[in-house]
Design a protein around this ligand. Structure first.
Ligand SMILES: [Mg+2]
Length: 361
């Protein structure tokens, strides 16, 4: 059967609170479980494309699931080819706009259709996208903790195979941020790769003051020092410090990325596959990053991102923040600082149905 003739016949959408293997501390509390919408799109050849999307807050979980269900159901009878579906949904949602929950649901469907397309070709997704099968450099994305707790967590992380780390910085006392970075170097070696995420915590002046205090620490990047949408603010911080500035996880599609690039907001780029427009959006982002020589890191979604980075010319490093590991059977392995993308056909999302059954009940 010609792949163009494959039609979508059904979908299954399941909202779950997936328990995290390791609770994640942030400035606003501890994340114990991730609100995820599991998406399966079924085609007339029996192939099921699977993915999950992240609602960020339980308050958005049911609405995101309902929206995903409505959009996916509206595609029954349409082609299963992701490019065509993307064009179709772009037209259907032009008036409402493609951001927020709408963008997340559309991206999820795109990710599921790409998974199916790779399964249909019996190839891992990276291969379908023209990528390599190489292990991908990875960093462990740590929660917000003081120096002693960070040192303990890093020791355990080194044992699991990680060799690079990112902290959630922005402690009330900026000296604590410096102490946390040094505590990692004490445990993992003075040349270890360390980055710091500020999660949009500061205004531009305060950001410059605080980032300057970290300029001697040899960080790989400083992430979102100011509000994500403030590209000019990012550019100002960037010109005031030596440490590379990283942003991109909050780009909603290519228009945001293009604006950030035009403002010279960032030394690096870290698009989020769900916010940038799924695999289709990521491919455009990777192409623009290549054009303007921006090294690319990923955000969340470890399984599919390992595939996408292998098909990204300026790939830099994979973020490891595993929000679905307890409900997936083939989480990428970590070895000596690298993650190994799944080698089975598709994007490496295989549901652990018995684990899901327990949390759905
Ligand atoms: Mg971040």
């Amino acid at each position: 059967m010609n792949e163009m003739s494959n039609r979508i016949t059904d979908c299954r959408i399941r909202p779950v609170m997936a328990p995290l293997e390791m609770p994640h501390k942030t400035a606003s509390g501890t994340l114990e479980a991730a609100p995820l919408v599991l998406i399966d799109v079924i085609a007339d050849d029996g192939i099921v494309g699977s993915t999950y999307i992240f609602a960020y807050t339980p308050a958005a979980l049911e609405p995101l699931a309902a929206l995903s269900k409505n959009i996916a159901s509206s595609l029954v009878g349409e082609t299963a080819e992701p490019g065509a579906v993307s064009a179709l949904l772009d037209a259907r949602f032009r008036l409402l706009g493609n951001q927020g929950l709408v963008a997340m649901a559309i991206s999820g469907i795109d990710m599921a259709l790409w998974d199916a397309a790779a399964k249909r070709k019996e190839k891992p997704l990276y291969e379908l996208l023209g990528g390599k099968s190489d292990p991908v450099r990875v960093y462990d994305s740590l929660g917000q903790m003081g120096p002693d707790e960070t040192a303990r967590v890093v020791e355990a992380s080194l044992e699991r195979g990680f060799r690079a780390f990112k902290i959630k910085a922005g402690h009330p006392d900026p000296k604590t941020d410096v102490a946390v970075v040094r505590s990692i170097r004490d445990v993992a070696g003075k040349d270890v790769w360390v980055a710091a995420d500020f999660n949009q915590a500061f205004g531009v002046d305060e950001a410059v003051r605080r980032m300057s205090m970290l300029d001697e620490e040899g960080l790989a990047w400083i992430e979102e020092p100011v509000q994500a949408s403030d590209y000019q603010g990012h550019a100002t911080v960037r010109s005031a410090i030596r440490t590379p500035v990283q942003t991109g996880e909050n780009w909603w599609g290519m228009p945001d990325m293009r604006n950030a690039v035009a403002a010279k907001a960032s030394d690096l780029a870290m698009p989020d596959v769900m916010k940038i427009g799924g695999v289709s959006g990521w491919r455009e982002a990777a192409s623009l990053a290549n054009e303007v020589s921006l090294p690319v890191a990923s955000h969340l979604f470890v399984e599919i991102s390992a595939h996408l980075l292998n098909a990204t010319p300026t790939a830099m490093i994979l973020e490891w923040f595993d929000i679905a590991g307890t409900i997936i059977t083939c989480t990428p392995e970590i070895a000596d600082g690298f993650a190994i993308p799944s080698q089975t056909p598709g994007a490496g999302i295989l549901w652990d149905e018995s684990a899901i059954e327990k949390i759905i009940a």
